[in-house]
Design a protein around this ligand. Structure first.
Ligand SMILES: NC(=O)C1=CN([C@@H]2O[C@H](COP(=O)(O)OP(=O)(O)OC[C@H]3O[C@@H](n4cnc5c(N)ncnc54)[C@H](OP(=O)(O)O)[C@@H]3O)[C@@H](O)[C@H]2O)[C@@H](O)CC1
Ligand SMILES: Nc1ncnc2c1ncn2[C@@H]1O[C@H](COP(=O)(O)OP(=O)(O)O)[C@@H](O)[C@H]1O
Ligand SMILES: [K+]
Length: 493
């Protein structure tokens, strides 16, 4: 799914209005009804709803939503923040419609702000995608009132005060919603880690904007949701055999960190690979043979760490890094690996840390290798960034400069191609912020590469499937209790 910027969304809006055709007022009504459907499915009419509306189209949505919910028997109080003389046409028309049924309150100065009990549900319809500058004065005071209340807050389209596609100032007034119900498309702002508190649990509701226009609009940003992930997956053909699905090699684990090899290997096996060999330090031989009877084991000459490579000719893909340690002999093995590998690879964890310490090696990494840094590992590789938008830009130029597939891990992991395209992932949850979850991902990606998925498809699909397994694990065990091996146990799609 494409992620569009603010001006592209405005054009999309105009295109839909002109070509469907539909009036802008009816489009607002359709958006409002989509919001109402979501709200009614989630909240019954026992709790009072308090609306805070601006005077643009976001405020217009708020007024329309209030009218529809009031007709459905919800208790509705509406405040319009009177911060400007100007108002949009559709705001004015909806104000007129609403006033036929309900008294609207105006906030003209701060003392007009209501006292909230915390029992209400607050609907934030102050500012939407039309934000051009930070919210100040009366708008900022209203935002503060909402944020200070213990009541639940639901933002219409996007939290008021949050830019859709660029960084906010540290002191900007921005609503901190529990939920954002966004129209048609996810917004770039929702993907950015530092915006977590300003997105809340966000979701997208369909308002029938022109799909062909969305598909045709050029953007570097995409969202890998269920529909786009499904397009990547290949069926297992009836007459296939284990040779069809490749032979993966994992170079992982060291003394005290053999669990990383086990998690990585387990995930690789459960992602459809034909055969798996783990190359491990001597101390890992029994552990791996017992823990993963389906895998073969190749044993290093060193008892505690990896120092040498097995013959690489048998393998169709290689994953390296989890639990590796950073000893000089291991670095030597990585240098040899870069010289000898002729198949697609995934580099993770300590393999990346060793690359950061040896930039010459980084330059030699084969094109289209997948690297899977978490933010700290990425900082070691590419340097510091002043904010999370800047880090995304740095990752795009890093992927381009080194011709790598960069999988920048976190919530909404971004998969970045050398051409600068970014695919944000839809799945996963904070229960995955636990040791070993990244090792599981490396196993999945190596398996998909061994099965001859292109590095681009393997990265997008693998990250998606990893998140699905994490979501299932959270359902089974809760986000708090789940551990990385639960992700492996819950794989399969
Ligand atoms: N996209 C879609 O498909 C659909 C969108 N819909 C809805 O429309 C919403 C966008 O509405 P919108 O364009 O009228 O802008 P909105 O956010 O209400 O702001 C209003 C005006 O405020 C101003 N302003 C900006 N920043 C400011 C600030 N800090 N402090 C004070 N003023 C500020 C600025 O005007 P300016 O003063 O810059 O001339 C701006 O134009 C969208 O989020 C969604 O809810 C649906 O109804 C239908 C389908
Ligand atoms: N809050 C979160 N939401 C979704 N996924 C997350 C979150 N935190 C971590 N993850 C995922 O869990 C994995 C953690 O990887 P990593 O930090 O390398 O852990 P480890 O090194 O312990 O294996 C990544 O794939 C990341 O995307
Ligand atoms: K809003």
């Amino acid at each position: 799914m494409n992620i569009l910027n603010a001006s592209q969304i405005r054009n999309l809006d105009a295109h839909t209005i002109q070509n469907e055709p539909i009036s802008s007022l009816d489009l607002m009504e359709r958006a409002s009804r989509a919001f109402v459907r979501w709200l009614c499915a989630r909240f019954d009419n026992r709790r009072p709803l308090v609306f805070f509306c601006g005077k643009g189209n976001n405020g217009g949505d708020g007024l329309a939503i209030a009218r529809i919910l009031s007709a459905k028997g919800y208790g509705v109080t509406v405040y319009v923040v009177d911060y400007t003389e100007k108002s949009s046409d559709d705001f004015s028309k909806n104000l007129q419609r609403l006033q036929e049924h309900l008294t609207v309150h105006y906030i003209k100065e701060e003392k007009d702000l209501p006292k909230l009990t915390g029992e209400e549900i607050l609907i934030d319809a102050l500012l939407g995608s039309g934000l051009t500058r930070p919210a100040e004065g009366l708008l900022a005071a209203t935002i503060e009132t909402m944020n200070e209340s213990p009541a639940r807050v639901i933002s219409v389209d996007i939290a008021s005060g949050l830019y859709m596609d660029k960084v906010n100032g540290d002191d900007d007034a921005i609503v901190r919603p529990d939920y954002t119900v966004s129209f048609q498309l996810p917004k770039l702002a929702f993907m950015i880690p530092q915006n977590g508190p300003f997105a809340g649990d966000w979701l997208v509701v369909d308002i029938g904007l022109n799909e062909t226009y969305i598909e045709k609009t050029k953007t570097p940003y995409f969202f890998t949701d269920k529909r786009s992930a499904r397009k990547l997956i290949r069926d297992r053909e009836k007459f296939s055999h284990k040779g069809t699905f490749g032979h993966a090699l994992l170079l992982a684990g060291s003394f005290g960190k053999m669990g990383a090899a086990q998690l990585c290997g387990g995930a690789c096996l459960r992602s459809g690979v034909g055969l798996l060999t783990l190359h491990v330090a001597g101390c890992g031989y029994e552990i791996i043979q017992i823990a993963l009877p389906e895998a073969m084991c190749s044993v290093d000459i060193h008892e505690k760490m990896l120092t040498t490579l097995p013959d690489l000719n048998a393998y169709s893909a290689i994953g390296v890094g989890p639990g590796l340690g950073k000893e000089p002999q291991t670095l030597q093995m990585l240098e040899n690996l870069i010289g000898e590998a002729k198949v697609p690879m995934v580099w993770d964890a300590d393999a990346l840390n060793l690359l950061s310490e040896n930039p010459d090696l980084l330059k030699k990494l084969p094109e289209h290798t997948i690297i899977t840094p978490h933010p700290k590992e990425f900082e070691r590789l590419a340097g510091k960034s002043k904010d999370d938008y800047a880090r995304l830009e740095l990752a795009r130029s890093f992927a381009g400069e080194h011709k790598l597939i960069v999988v920048l891990k976190g919530a909404h992991t971004s998969v970045i191609f050398p051409d600068g395209t970014v695919h944000f992932n839809a799945t996963g949850n904070a229960g995955m912020a636990t040791g070993g979850a990244g090792d599981v991902l490396t196993g999945i990606l190596t398996s998909l590469l061994a099965q001859k998925y292109s590095p681009q498809d393997a990265a997008r699909l693998g990250v998606y499937q990893h998140g699905i397994a994490g979501d299932r694990a959270a359902k089974a065990r809760t986000k708090t209790a789940m551990i990385a091996s639960d992700i492996v146990e819950n794989m399969g799609w």
